[in-house]
Structures are given as C-alpha cells and as structure tokens.
Write a protein that binds this ligand. Structure first.
Ligand code: UDP
Ligand code: MG
Length: 136
C-alpha cells in the first residue's frame, strides 16, 4: 500500500561548509526522494533553540543550538513512500561511528555533533518541522 509522506531534512553546517550540499542532494534523488522545497538559510541561536526544543533538558542542548546556528544550512522537504523512516535509514545512526556502511552519516559525518544531516523522526514532528521552516 502506498504511504506517501513528507519529511524535513537539514544539511547541517559541517556539510554545507565542506561544499557537500549538491552531493547530499543527489544522494536523496538517487534514493527516489523528491525534493519538493529547499532553501539555504542561516538561523539565529534562538531559532535553533526553538527547533530543538524537545532536547532542552539534554546536556548537549546548548552546544547543539550554537552549532546549528553557526553557519548556513540547507533545509528541504523530501517526499517519498514512507519518507520519514526511509530518510532515517538513509541517514544512519546519530553517531557516525555507529552508522551503517553506505549511510549519509557514515559517509559524511565527522562526529556525533557534526553529523551532517537532520531528519524528522515521526509524522507529527515532520509536520511541525516543515511548518517551522516553510510556513508562509
Ligand atoms: N547530539 C549531540 N550529542 C549527543 C546526542 C545528540 O551533539 O550525545 C546532537 C546530534 O547532532 C543529533 C542532535 O543532537 O543529530 C539531535 O539528537 P537526536 O537524539 O534527536 O539524534 P538524531 O535524531 O539527529 O539522530
Ligand atoms: Mg532527532
């Protein structure tokens, strides 16, 4: 049965800075994701704090928000059958050291914090995150 979904993907500052945006976008296209929307932005720390609100009690929250607001990012709405799960699979584990061979974080990630990509983890969060960046 078809289950077309949209998910939010972010190419994080470490990957944008290394000029990997086009290569990573091609990874999505080659894995049959349609890039419906995309823009390059630089967000403020307070915007990053809002985006990562769910992590506010975590020890890494402050560094994470500093990092996401440290340079340009590319945000995209990706569409595919089972897009949320399929994107999480393509991204691989949060820590690049633990990510499977062939995944984006294995290929491009530098460390658990500089792990090159973000992807929504649920249908509800995908809607919230897409609205966060693309609500007109
Ligand atoms: N993160 C970190 N240290 C940790 C765990 C997470 O810096 O110990 C960062 C990492 O960049 C990760 C983000 O916080 O991508 C959000 O964490 P989450 O557990 O939601 O991982 P994800 O959903 O991105 O795989
Ligand atoms: Mg997450």
């Amino acid at each position: 049965m078809s289950n077309i979904q949209q998910t939010l993907s972010i190419i994080k500052p470490d990957a944008v800075e290394r000029n990997l945006s086009e290569e990573i976008k091609n990874e999505f296209r080659n894995n049959n994701f349609d890039i419906l929307k995309e823009k390059k932005v630089k967000i403020s720390k307070s915007e990053a704090e809002k985006f990562y609100q769910v992590h506010q009690s975590k020890p890494f929250y402050n560094d994470l928000c500093e990092y996401l607001s440290s340079g340009p990012i590319v945000v995209m709405v990706l569409e595919k059958n089972d897009a949320i799960l399929e994107n999480r699979k393509l991204m691989g584990a949060t820590d690049p050291i633990k990510a499977e061979e062939g995944t984006l974080r294995k290929k491009y990630g530098i460390s658990i914090d500089k792990n090159s990509v973000h992807g929504s983890d649920s249908l509800d969060n995908a809607k919230i995150e897409i609205d966060f960046f693309f609500k007109d």
